[in-house]
Design a protein around this ligand. Structure first.
Ligand code: UD1
Ligand code: CA
Length: 423
């Protein structure tokens, strides 16, 4: 544990610019609420205090934090009076704490842990009162701009809506990620004045207050400006999704997975795929999906929550798999729906196979044992079991609880044991 470190995550805002009723920090990126990525940083840094400031729909966000089992205490900002006011809500919890306070924004999920470590290291070594993570970007619109004096010292941060024409041209921006000496931060916060136009207290005003008191203000610059992306709008959300997908797909490729097309394949933050597998274009993989080694997935395949595909299996065109386990060496090559099913090894699922898992009230399970051969256009009405090495004829409808014994062949509507007349 880093006993000298306290982290405050600001996550109280509604996110007006998202134009959505969902709290901004719960909007998903690669299938996970964006706040989750920020909570990961806290998990890795192991601070003495982790504090998350909540406000808008705080119960909903608190519930998510509980689910993540994140090691943070929640404090509530009752009225959303700006980022300075949000930080103040952590004062009581930090009463006896001395050391470094790191402020993270809940709407900046692309930040890498290495960058945060570099910031903390620089802050401690330089013994500054405040250290900012800054970035140089082509489009600084929306961000606070860094103003420096002739000796290159940081003088203040000017928020976008306060900036004059000259300041608006400045390309060096505040990412929001910052370190402070605890006492200096809270003393300066007391002096922050209400911004008359926005009716908010800006945390960034702390910088000019410290400057006037001759405190040392340091900064480090981001190498990759994408990391600083703050999500304020649906367009920002889309851009961050793209960056996150690229990162996740790159990590999979580094592990030996063949990704045929990074533009059209979508994975989730927790997608597991073993080396030697290939994912073809237009494949969408939702949360909690595991794929073994040497599998072929797609093109145009939808793997939903809880799909597990074992080694050397093929899930091909227009197949949707949901809450289902598929054994090794099984083929699901052409359009079909498999839901709530347990499928064995070496099974062949014919084109157009459907597990009818929902009767309008509840979901039921389909079991297909090893080496079964499911004929094209078979409907399996769950709950139902199909024995090992059995066969279903093309177009058959295996009705509820009419289990197919091992090695049997059934066919027709409803499916009945099939006898070959020529025998
Ligand atoms: C903020 C910074 C800006 C920086 C940018 C980086 C301020 C005043 N400005 O602007 O300098 O370039 O982030 O992305 O901080 N929040 C609360 N309570 C509040 C208001 C906000 O907890 O009353 C939280 C929000 O949930 C959010 C964060 O603070 O996570 C930042 O608020 P936001 O309104 O997004 O600030 P920006 O305009 O993006
Ligand atoms: Ca923001």
């Amino acid at each position: 544990m880093d006993r000298d470190l306290a982290i405050i995550i600001l996550a109280a805002g509604k996110g007006k610019r998202m134009k959505s009723s969902l709290p901004k920090v719960l909007h998903p990126i690669a299938g996970r609420p964006m706040l989750g990525y920020v909570l990961d940083l806290v998990r890795e840094l192991r601070p003495r205090f982790g504090i998350c400031v909540l406000g808008y729909r705080s119960e909903m966000v608190r519930e998510y934090i509980r689910k993540e089992q994140a090691n943070v205490r929640v404090v509530i900002q009752k009225r959303l009076l700006g980022s300075a006011d949000a930080v103040k809500q952590a004062r009581a919890l930090l009463k006896n704490f001395k050391g470094t306070v790191l402020v993270l924004y809940g709407d900046a999920p692309l930040l890498n842990i290495q960058t945060v470590r570099r910031l903390i290291r620089h802050h401690k070594r330089s013994d500054a009162s405040a250290t900012l993570l800054v970035s140089v970007v082509n489009k600084p619109e929306g961000y606070g701009r860094i103003l420096r004096d002739s000796s290159y010292n940081i003088v203040r941060i000017v928020e976008d809506d306060q900036a004059n024409d000259y300041e608006r041209e400045i390309k060096e921006i505040n990412t929001g990620v910052s370190c402070y000496k605890k006492e200096n931060l809270f003393l300066a916060l007391n002096r922050v004045r209400l911004n008359p136009k926005k009716k908010e207290y800006y945390l960034t005003d702390v910088i000019h207050i410290l400057y006037k008191q001759n405190h040392l203000i340091e900064s480090i610059r981001l190498e990759d400006s994408q990391e600083a992306l703050g999500i304020n709008t649906q367009i920002d959300l889309f851009n961050s999704e793209r960056i996150m997908q690229k990162r996740l797909l790159t990590a999979l490729m580094e592990r030996g997975v063949r990704i045929v097309d990074v533009e059209s394949i979508r994975v989730c933050w927790d997608t597991q795929i073993q080396a030697g597998s290939v994912v073809f274009p237009f494949t969408v993989i939702e949360s909690n999906v595991k794929i073994g080694k040497d599998c072929r997935i797609g093109p145009f395949c939808h793997l939903r929550e809880g799909a597990v595909i074992n080694d050397r299996s093929v899930v091909g065109n227009f197949a949707e798999v949901c809450r289902s386990k598929i054994g090794s060496d099984t083929k699901v090559k052409h359009f079909c729906y498999l839901g709530d099913s347990r499928i064995g090894k070496g099974v062949n699922i014919g084109a157009g196979t459907v597990t009818a898992n929902f009767d309008g009230k509840k979901k039921a399970i389909t079991v297909i044992k090893d080496k079964a051969f499911i004929g094209s256009d078979t409907v399996l009405v769950a709950p139902v079991r199909v024995g090992s090495q059995s066969k279903t004829g093309a177009g058959s409808v295996v009705t509820k609880n009419k289990n197919v014994p091992a090695k049997a062949t059934v066919a027709g509507v409803p499916a009945r044991p099939f006898r070959n007349r020529n025998r």
